[in-house]
Design a protein around this ligand. Structure first.
Ligand SMILES: Nc1ncnc2c1ncn2[C@@H]1O[C@H](COP(=O)(O)OP(=O)(O)O)[C@@H](O)[C@H]1O
Ligand SMILES: [Mg+2]
Length: 259
């Protein structure tokens, strides 16, 4: 049996006395997984723990059956985890291509960005990196914007660049925090097509936080619902949205009737 790409085991997180995740246990397989739940439920905190930004007070994160003990951000990226942020975090005075290339570097300080980009190691690696970045930008409809400054792109396009950057280091697990929020319908389409093509290419576990229920139900064969820091349901989308606890906690009767 192949190991589960990403598993959270009894994960507990407290900020001061405020417990925001309580014994969260959930496993995410290859393909698209949806993580849904009301604002403040603890969704982003889950991502922050997995990607090394927040240290849990209890529990484990396992990647392919191995506990992620060293939780520094650099080590986590080295373990094959990519992520995007709820608000895009691009370097606005670098180009779209340069921002995408930064996905190859696990850690960078803003003063050294250009230097870092010029130091892509061997020439061949640098060229391959640029080719990969261009392929990804093409996949997300941004090929023509590669040389534009990231700051000159509309928010929707910036979010697409973040997705491309998260995929740059050929991760095994990608965490996307509300990638579709703030995007117009066309950009959402482009993003989903780009992601689906990459998921179809090989084995990649994508966990996507998303409030558009129709979108996640269409995209994800597996959904998990967080509410007040606890997983209240998980499984096939149709079962999850029909779950009375989910309806009461998150959806409300009218929404459940619509989908
Ligand atoms: N770094 C932090 N310090 C203190 N409280 C935090 C921090 N990050 C998140 N929280 C709190 O944890 C709870 C869950 O937040 P979050 O994970 O961002 O929820 P979601 O992404 O589901 O909307 C919220 O009450 C939030 O205020
Ligand atoms: Mg959030």
């Amino acid at each position: 049996m192949t190991a589960v790409p990403l598993e959270l085991r009894d994960l507990t997180v407290a900020f001061g006395g405020n417990v925001v995740l309580k014994d969260v246990s959930i496993a995410f397989g290859n393909g698209f997984n949806g993580l849904i739940g009301p604002n403040g439920a603890g969704k982003t905190t889950c991502f922050n723990v997995v990607s090394g930004y927040v240290r849990p007070s209890g529990g484990e994160v396992e990647l392919f059956g191995e506990p992620l003990r060293e939780r520094s951000q650099a080590r986590v990226a080295g373990h094959g985890i990519g992520r995007t942020f709820q608000s895009p975090r691009l370097v606005l005075d670098l180009t779209v291509l340069e921002n995408t290339l930064l996905g190859l570097h696990q850690r960078y300080r803003s003063g050294h960005l250009r230097e870092l980009l010029g130091l892509g190691g061997a020439r061949r690696e640098e060229r391959e990196g640029r080719e990969r970045a261009r392929e990804l930008l093409n996949a997300f409809g941004l090929g023509a914007r590669a040389e534009d400054l990231a700051g000159n792109l509309p928010l929707g396009s910036q979010k697409l660049v973040e997705v491309a950057r998260a995929l740059m280091a050929a991760p095994k697990v990608v965490l996307l925090d509300e990638p579709a929020a703030g995007l117009g319908a066309t950009d959402v389409d482009v993003m989903l097509r780009g992601l689906s093509a990459i998921v179809d290419e090989g084995s990649l576990c994508v966990v996507i936080i998303e409030h558009d229920l129709q979108l996640v139900m269409d995209l994800c064969p597996f959904l998990a619902v967080l509410h007040n820091g606890a997983i209240i349901a998980s499984g096939a989308p149709a079962d999850v949205v029909a779950n009375p606890t989910v309806v009461e906690a998150y959806l409300g009767a009218s929404v459940a009737a619509d989908v």
